[in-house]
Design a protein around this ligand. Structure first.
Ligand code: HEC
Ligand code: HEC
Ligand code: HEC
Length: 127
């Protein structure tokens, strides 16, 4: 004879496991990363701006950094002229990280979300 009780219990247990990823996320909203710009160097700025416009930086900072590295190492060029005609000293540590001095709350905050861990810090100091 079939044991209806056991079959139903089995189905319920199966569904609890199968649907776990769905109900365990129920009610949680997706939290976008919140990179923190609150550093002493940025607080001092009258007009808070990055090397390039924010949207460009958000999307293209990895490319800009590689261009900076190539400029510095291959061409010996240490000055970057941005789209506004302003010059910046080409340096990850002394330029980017001077303003973005809280690496954990800025760079890492986004990278954690994106699942990337740039290997730059194997050699470069964050501060
Ligand atoms: C002079 C200070 C300063 C320097 C130098 C600087 N930043 Fe920024 N950065 C800022 C400020 C201020 C903002 C926010 C700009 C805004 O809100 O328009 C910002 C924004 C950004 C953003 C976008 C953040 C977001 O919320 O989307 C990224 C990414 C970034 N910077 C990376 C870098 C990198 C990489 C470098 C070096 C190549 C660099 N920054 C150099 C001050 C700086
Ligand atoms: C607004 C979010 C955000 C902030 C802030 C941010 N990053 Fe990123 N970064 C990303 C994302 C997203 C990627 C992955 C992009 C991709 O794979 O196309 C990335 C990739 C990179 C890469 C390339 C890594 C690889 O393995 O390809 C480097 C280098 C990098 N970021 C450096 C920095 C540094 C240095 C800072 C802090 C000054 C910083 N980023 C701040 C979002 C951010
Ligand atoms: C194997 C070690 C190593 C790794 C990993 C590394 N770098 Fe470098 N990088 C160097 C050295 C050495 C220099 C030359 C320093 C100098 O001439 O002042 C340099 C110079 C640079 C420069 C120009 C000069 C400066 O002071 O910043 C940039 C920009 C740069 N690297 C970006 C990056 C980025 C972005 C990553 C990660 C995607 C990275 N590097 C990973 C060793 C490394």
């Amino acid at each position: 004879m079939y044991d209806g009780g056991k079959i139903i219990t089995g189905i319920v247990i199966f569904l609890l496991f199968a649907l776990f990823p769905i109900y365990s996320n129920f009610g949680k909203t997706y939290k976008p990363p919140k990179p923190d710009l609150n550093t002493p160097e940025i607080q001092k700025m009258e007009v808070k701006k990055c090397v390039e416009p924010k949207e460009y930086m958000r999307a293209e900072h990895m490319k800009l950094l590689v261009d900076w590295r190539d400029a510095a190492l291959r061409e010996g060029k240490r000055t970057y002229i941005n789209s506004r005609g302003e010059s910046y000293f080409i340096s990850l540590q002394n330029t980017c990280m001077r303003c973005h001095s809280d690496k954990k709350k800025f760079c890492d905050e986004c990278h954690k979300h994106a699942g990337v861990s740039p290997y730059c810090w194997d050699c470069h100091f964050a501060k």
